[in-house]
Every structure is written in structure tokens, then in C-alpha cells.
Design a protein around this ligand. Sequence first.
Ligand code: DAT
Ligand code: MG
Length: 138
Amino acid sequence: MPTEETLVLVKPDGVARGLTGAILARIEAKGYALVDIRLVEPDREVLEKHYEEHAGKPFYEPLLEFMQSGPSVAIRLAGNRVIEGFRSLAGTTDPTTAAPGTIRGDFGRDWGLAVQQNLVHGSDSPESAARELEIWFG
Ligand code: DAT
Ligand code: MG
């Protein structure tokens, strides 16, 4: 089976809080391979494509605003079952209730802001991964 790839983002809160290294350490300790990594400052058009499934939801506009509040780190990550594996490392969406031991569970919480600032993004399926890697890495 060919090695799978996924898109990981360390979101603006993760970069601003100086957690990029701690997050990368967990990814590397798990044994996944960094294929490409770059600091990005996406414009609205990129974010509209990335989050198209959420267009029209109540958190959509605040989410796009938050994602433009500072740089993110985009990572092309490879490994066997890496899509599922990184989602497991990240923890569930709401950082308040994400399990301890996960990135979101250990480093994230609800800051009382309009959008959950949950530190990382990981693609949720092979189709999403292919689509999102094209958006962020071309
Ligand atoms: P995930 O990032 O776990 O794949 P998602 O794709 O459902 O979650 O949502 C994308 C992002 O949008 C998520 O990381 C944080 C934000 N978000 C999702 N649901 C939310 C909600 N109910 N309130 C505020 N922000 C939300
Ligand atoms: Mg998602």
C-alpha cells in the first residue's frame, strides 16, 4: 500500500503561542515523515476553498477571520494511515473536552472567543487530504 499523505496546519493560535515545536515533536515522535513544511499567511480565497464545507455555518466568518490573524505552519505529512493517525494525535474538535494526551487536550481550551482556537488542522479523509494538499502546496 502506498504511503498516505495528509495536510496538517499549526493554526495561528499554535504559532502565536510558540507551540509549533511542541506539536512537531509529537508528530516526529509518532514517526510520521515531514515531506514539506512552510510558514503561510493565507488570503481569504485560500481559506474559502479550504473551509468550503463550512460555508454558511455560524462559526464560518469568525473562523476565516481567526485564520487570517497571523501566520500558520502548513505541513505535508506522510506515513501509513497518517490521516487517521494525525486526527488521533490532535484530539477532538472542542479543545475543552479533547482527551488529555492529545494536542488539543493538552494545549487547548476555550478562551471565551467567538471561535474555538484548537491549534491544529488535519485532513479528515483521503479525498480531503488530496484536495487540501493541492490548495496549500499546489
Ligand atoms: P476539525 O478541525 O476537528 O476537523 P471541523 O472540520 O468540524 O473540525 O471544523 C473546522 C474548524 O471550525 C474547527 O477546527 C474549529 C471550528 N469549529 C468547528 N465547529 C465549531 C463550533 N461549533 N463553534 C466554533 N468553532 C467551530
Ligand atoms: Mg475538519
